[in-house]
Design a protein around this ligand. Structure first.
Ligand SMILES: C[S@@+](CC[C@H](N)C(=O)[O-])C[C@H]1O[C@@H](n2cnc3c(N)ncnc32)[C@H](O)[C@@H]1O
Length: 252
């Protein structure tokens, strides 16, 4: 499948292609600033940018999460990517033994690209007898704050998709929907810029915070992708955090 690219101004040059895309025939590359992702939705004001997660970071973070001894086996969990972009995190997560993968993306152009990537990913895995088993995978084009969580244990995955105002409202929604089932939602946060919001929140318990290193391949791709973006840098790792929704204490 030829890579599909988000329409850009004619005087821009193609972004470097991540080796994940080359290996799998998908288009998840590029760094798209928030100003190029406007949809007319009020939450546009809080969008950070589009950038696909480094596959090695996501895999390591899931290993780190497993080391926290979650209350349910991984195959019971729905992995939900809030701000799925072109779907890279969904694709990577779908090869892990989750029950299902759901992605939520506000921007319709990115959601279309993600759906094309998912269709190609599922078809190419189905036609390759050596490919790993895939978890069922579904992309929803909507605002993160309108998502209704499934009744399964859930992992909320965030690669710093939005700023604190939207994160706070998402946490409020989680509290409403998980009020009677503490311990069934964990939150994995890459580039945890708003970790202080979660640290101050009485219903979430921090299980991990620290840098997670990316592979040499991902670091090289990171350096190439941000070379033309002066406000970004790459240190070869991302500050990550893991939280568990434990509910508010009933003690006075
Ligand atoms: C940094 S990218 C992460 C991409 C993907 N999660 C990954 O790791 O490969 C953040 C994405 O969040 C999306 N986003 C931001 N605010 C959103 C909202 N309120 N609802 C849904 N998606 C949102 C942006 O459009 C962007 O595509």
């Amino acid at each position: 499948m030829p890579p599909i690219r988000i329409p850009r101004k004619s005087n821009t040059i193609d972004p470097p292609v991540h080796p994940f895309d080359t290996a799998h025939g998908v288009d998840t590359s590029g760094l798209i600033p928030a100003g190029d992702l406007l949809t007319g939705h009020p939450n546009d004001d809080h969008v950070t940018a589009y950038y696909g997660v480094a596959p090695s970071i996501l895999r390591t973070l899931v290993d780190d999460w497993q080391a926290t001894k979650p209350p349910h086996p991984i195959n019971k969990y729905t992995f939900i990517d809030f701000g799925a972009g072109k779907g890279r995190a969904m694709l990577v997560a779908s090869e892990l033994p989750f029950r299902q993968i759901i992605g939520i993306e506000l921007n319709p152009t990115l959601a279309d690209i993600a759906q094309t990537n998912l269709d190609h990913w599922v078809a190419s895995h189905a036609s390759d007898p050596t490919a790993p088993r895939l978890a069922p995978i579904r992309l929803l084009e909507q605002d993160a704050l309108t998502f209704d969580f499934p009744k399964t244990p859930c992992i909320a995955f965030l690669f710093h998709p939005f700023e604190a105002p939207v994160l706070k409202l998402l946490l409020r929604r989680i509290e409403t929907q998980f009020a009677n089932r503490p311990g069934t939602l964990d939150l994995l946060y890459v580039n945890a810029e708003c970790a202080n919001v979660l640290d101050r929140h009485p219903a979430f318990t921090r299980l991990f915070f620290g840098p997670v290193a990316m592979s040499t391949e991902d670091h090289a791709a990171d350096l190439a992708a941000i070379a033309a973006q002066k406000e970004y840098g790459s240190t070869g790792d991302e500050e990550c955090a893991i939280y568990r929704y434990t509910g508010r204490s009933t003690q006075p």
